[in-house]
Design a protein around this ligand. Structure first.
Ligand code: GLN
Length: 534
């Protein structure tokens, strides 16, 4: 097994995750098997309890791990198999060290940052490696910026790890920023030099430096960075701002042959990559012949990262239909103030994503009502499905005041209620219904057709409330179609509305299962329906 460690310097938000994912893509295209993981230095055990404003989207894995959105990039850019082990935080490390100390596992030793905490980090690296022994290369991205106090122990652990497994098996890649000082008209390399110096202080010499830049990286600057940072000139790689889509990133990094540099550094045999299929996907994204506008009606709408996988899934489905997606980001509270017609009167499709808490829910209910009445394609995800159920109950079945007990405890018609196993749950961390579960699809439904007439599907979940089974018969009698239920508990998983070109809402999160050239079937059907909307 070979190891790539991706660190970041100068500033955050450099696209380290995309760089790591892109290297994964390129190595896979060279015929190598890759796995990716992220180390986050924060003290939360996982991002599940963090607000989207703090953290952006929580990306859920098959095994129910609540992880950083970079793992979404890893899954979309490669075929890696991710689990809880691929997402590590300082919180998990310290929790485990303290538990071991309380259990007496350290046999009377004074428990210290080095070696006990660093050993714990190294052992997690080994565990991830052991889980997928067929992997050729494991790529580990370290969150944060070199020089941060909280990231120091991770870097120290990596330094030790490289010694343990042999430096010939490890490639350190450092991602930095090359700012342009406009007044001088010059690209500046000093921040990169200083951040590499910081890394070397810890005892890590990067093998490759990836320089984020808005401009091209000329020979002089490459030479300068190479000399001051103690790497070969060829190992200074430009990572330019991509023009249209993040899926151009692997193609951009390939210009400086980063994949060859990596395999050379690691002594791996592999063929040159054939990127024609990936290039074809990018071409379809960049030059679509059609376009459609989709309203995403949410609560954290000003924050791009909060609905990352949804936007990516729409883009990917758009490419399949040769269609540019114009996402209209709508704050649900604006619909409450101005009415649906004013805010979303011109779109070809309405998507209500997942969410928590009452704020904005009445606006989302108005959006679902508008979609139902005007026969605009509607796609509800998790909360978006619960919203659609409430709307149908209130306005089609005449259940006045129907609601979810999440928003109104004493609603006269709790059509969405707390799942039985959730009653009495007090700890908020990792306690929702999480991860993949099997559901049965019913023939004769639109969803059944979209999933190519499969009877069984596996989709990922993250929720506490559910469609209240006590109301199932009553809503079905009003025409509501239940298209899928979970195999084990019989929980409602997909609803559809009758007499509507496309009204599908799922309790699960299909946005976590779209990949380039392989869009999720509901996303694909939704985009197609939006194109057909007059
Ligand atoms: N708040 C709702 C629940 O917990 C929906 C969750 C979601 O949309 N992810 O059931």
């Amino acid at each position: 097994m070979k190891y790539i460690f991706v660190t970041g310097g100068v500033v955050s938000s450099l696209g380290k995750g995309l760089a790591a994912a892109s290297i994964g893509t390129l190595l896979e295209h060279r015929g190598l098997s890759v796995n990716l993981q992220k180390f986050d230095p924060y003290l939360n055990v996982d991002p599940g309890t963090m607000s989207p404003y703090q953290h952006g989207e929580v990306y859920v894995l098959d095994d129910g791990a609540e992880t950083d959105l970079d793992l979404g990039h890893y899954e979309r850019f490669t075929h890696c198999k991710l689990s809880q082990l691929n997402s590590l935080s300082s919180g998990q490390i310290f929790e485990s060290v303290i538990q071991k100390e309380r259990a007496g596992n350290y046999l009377g030793a004074t428990v210290q940052f080095i070696p006990h905490v660093t050993d714990e980090i190294k052992s997690r690296l080994h565990q991830a490696t052991e889980r997928t022994p067929e992997t050729d290369v494991i790529i580990t991205e370290i969150g944060g910026t070199v020089g941060d106090i909280e990231g120091h122990l991770f870097l120290e652990a990596l330094r030790q790890f490289a010694l343990d497994v042999g430096p010939e098996n490890v490639c350190f890649i450092h991602v930095t920023l090359l700012p342009m000082v406009k007044a001088a008209g010059e690209i500046k390399t000093k921040p990169t030099q200083q951040s590499v110096a910081k890394l070397r202080e810890i005892g890590i010499q990067p093998d490759i430096i990836i320089c984020r830049t808005e401009h091209d990286l000329d020979d002089d600057n490459r030479r300068k960075i190479a000399m001051f940072c103690n790497v070969r000139k060829e190992n200074v790689v430009a990572f330019r701002d991509v023009k249209h889509t993040i899926y151009e990133c692997p193609l951009d990094l390939r210009k400086d042959k980063i994949d060859r540099l990596v395999v050379d550094a690691l002594g791996l045999e592999s063929a040159s990559p054939d990127l024609s299929r990936w290039q074809g996907f990018v071409d379809r994204l960049v030059h679509p012949s059609k376009s459609t506008s989709i309203a995403v009606v949410g609560k954290y709408i000003e924050l791009n990262d909060a609905y990352k996988s949804i936007y990516e899934s729409l883009t990917i489905a758009g490419a399949e239909h040769d269609t540019a997606i114009e996402v209209v980001k709508v704050d649900a509270e604006d619909i409450e103030k101005e009415g649906a017609e004013t805010v979303i009167g011109k779109v070809n499709g309405i998507l209500v994503p997942g969410g928590f808490g009452e704020r904005g829910t009445e606006g989302k209910i108005l959006a679902a009502k508008y979609a139902r009445e005007k026969k605009i394609p509607y796609f509800g995800i998790c909360l978006g499905m619960q919203i659609a159920t409430i709307e149908f109950a209130r306005n089609v079945c005449g259940l006045a005041g129907a609601n979810s007990t999440e928003f109104q405890k004493n609603t006269p018609h709790p059509v969405i209620s707390l799942q039985e196993e959730q009653q009495g749950v007090t700890d908020m961390g990792a306690s929702m219904r999480l991860g993949s579960c099997e559901s049965i699809l019913y023939p004769g439904t639109k969803s059944y057709e979209l999933y190519q007439r499969t009877n069984t599907i596996h989709e990922r979940h993250r929720h506490r409330w559910e469609f209240n089974p006590a109301y199932r018969k009553q809503l079905e009698n009003c025409g509501l179609i239940i298209a899928a239920v979970s195999k084990k508990e019989g929980l409602v998983e997909i609803i559809e509305f009758p007499d509507h070109p496309f009204f599908i809402a799922a309790q699960f999160h299909p946005e976590f299962k779209s990949k380039p050239n392989n869009p999720h079937p509901i996303f694909s059907g939704f985009v197609k329906a939006s194109l057909e909307f007059p």
